[in-house]
Design a protein around this ligand. Structure first.
Ligand SMILES: C[S@@+](CC[C@H](N)C(=O)[O-])C[C@H]1O[C@@H](n2cnc3c(N)ncnc32)[C@H](O)[C@@H]1O
Length: 461
């Protein structure tokens, strides 16, 4: 039976959490009251008038693509990437970069105002001078025919084969395309998530923008020896010849049913099992599973801003909560008396310790623990800090951790956030402890996406 289809002309009222336009249409169904239909329309902007066709409009809500943009937003631009229509990588390529930064700034203002803070404390978001090819790490998924790509918008099961990627570093894209050529020439099959059959799962590619060193890691369901020996030898030969900057070529066995980039058995096909990266003159070793900021140019600005806001001195005793591999810890440790870092991932803490050693930083103490428990332990063993920096994951630090920080009464708190919503609710917890929000600086680490980071300063009155 043919589906009921209706066409409407409607106006975009606001954006949803995924960056799509939201509109409401009132359908005249012949009944006394018209029926409300909520629409989420990707790739549209607030104020635009659009034409949409909806199948089965009797439902209350639908996600639909616009058939036509009848009245365009003045900041609408032509998306430069050929995959923009389908790829879920970046959703705002149709919006000028100035417009994106304006939206990100306003979003931070809005969420902190909702918690009762003064939005005029929020400065305009710091954007990039060159807002393409900014990522130093990508994870592509193999499709069944051996192509590599990213997941389709709104459909995690489908992979869009890519010919290019405008947010990944240029060398990284070239090397990725060479891997695709290799899979096709050797007729190697991608892994099928439904049947759990096939060889190749993901390609992880990361490159330091400072040292130039690159890592390529192929996640596969079989060992690289035996029947795969000839193909793998060819891969090593072409990658090492064509890309001498690849200092780590890895084959990572992963037979797990979970769709994650993890390894049960790591084979170093060429070079070492890590690459060197540098930020602000500090050297970091990155393994395939080490978290490191993925936009190094803007991440450096985050560290510089945190230093500027905190104004650390040798008299300071500091805690770096959610410290990862020490991206903030090392530059701060050189300026404060002593620093304790807390982080849940043990491998990151091991890495932070090694990074401190490699950089001759000797006044640090790192603890691998959940922040909720680690903070008590550090307060007991290390003492009360007068400076505290926290950089939690998107879910935020949570009330318990924030109240513990409040009770410890450091003079200054620098909050680095990758989610303004959880930032706003977290800092609300500090108010009863006498803290005032002084400054909020949004920084754009992910142009053409909805994400925005920020650095903020709170201090005791
Ligand atoms: C946004 S990253 C920041 C890492 C680091 N500051 C950096 O810039 O590289 C957040 C970090 O918090 C860690 N993390 C997540 N949940 C945690 C928890 N409950 N306790 C401690 N650390 C946690 C993650 O492993 C991750 O390294």
């Amino acid at each position: 039976m043919a589906a009921n289809v209706e066409t409407y002309i409607t106006k975009i009222e606001e954006l949803d959490k995924k960056g799509s336009g939201k509109a409401i249409v009132w359908r005249d169904t012949g009944e006394v009251n018209p029926k409300k239909l909520k629409l989420n329309i990707p790739q549209t902007l607030v104020g635009e008038t659009v034409k949409v066709t909806v199948e089965n409009p009797e439902r209350k809500w639908a996600i639909v693509a616009a058939d036509e943009i009848i009245e365009e937003h003045p900041e609408r631009v032509e998306p430069p990437c050929p995959h923009f229509d389908r790829c879920g990588g970046c959703v705002w390529q149709h919006w000028s970069y100035t417009g994106q930064l304006e939206e990100k700034t306003n979003h931070v203002k809005k969420v902190i105002a909702q918690e009762g803070f003064d939005p005029s404390l929020v400065a305009h978001a710091i954007g990039m001078n060159e807002e393409w090819h900014y990522r130093n790490k990508m994870e592509f998924t193999f499709s069944k025919d051996g192509s590599l790509g990213l997941h389709e918008q709104g459909n995690f099961r489908k992979v869009i084969p890519l010919e290019t990627c405008l947010i990944a570093g240029n060398d990284m894209v070239d090397a990725t395309m060479e891997v695709v050529k290799w899979t096709k020439e050797h007729c190697l099959q991608g892994y099928d998530k439904d049947t759990h059959e096939g060889l190749l799962r993901h390609l992880m590619v990361r490159q330091s923008f400072t040292t130039g060193e690159m890592m390529l890691g192929i996640f596969a369901t079989e060992s690289p020896s035996g029947p795969l020996t000839t193909a793998v030898e060819d891969l090593v030969s072409r990658i090492t010849t064509m890309y001498p900057q690849v200092k780590s070529l890895l084959w990572l066995e992963n037979r797990d049913w979970a769709d994650r980039t993890q390894s049960e058995n790591t084979h170093v096909l060429a070079g070492r099992d890590f690459i060197y990266d540098e930020m602000l003159g500090y050297r970091y070793r990155l393994w395939f599973d080490t978290f490191f900021q993925t936009n190094p140019i803007q991440a450096q600005k985050l560290v510089e801003l945190a230093l500027e806001m905190a104004q650390p001195t040798k008299d300071d005793k500091m805690i770096d909560l959610f410290c990862g591999v020490g991206t903030f810890s090392l530059p701060f440790a050189d300026k404060v008396g002593s620093l304790a870092g807390i982080e849940i991932v043990e491998a990151s803490i091991e890495s932070a310790k090694r990074n401190a050693k490699d950089n001759d930083v000797t006044n640090t103490y790192f603890l691998a623990k959940d922040a909720r428990r680690g903070i008590d332990e550090v307060l007991e063993t290390f003492g009360i800090p007068n400076l505290l920096l926290l950089d939690p994951p998107r879910s935020g630090a949570g009330g318990k951790v924030m109240r513990r920080i409040g009770r410890a009464q450091p003079d200054k708190i620098v909050y680095v956030s990758c989610n303004p919503d959880t930032f706003a609710t977290d800092i609300k917890e500090l108010e009863p402890f006498g803290y005032k929000l002084k400054q909020v600086q949004p920084v754009d680490l992910f142009p053409h996406t909805i994400h925005v980071e920020l650095v903020a300063l709170m201090s005791r009155e």
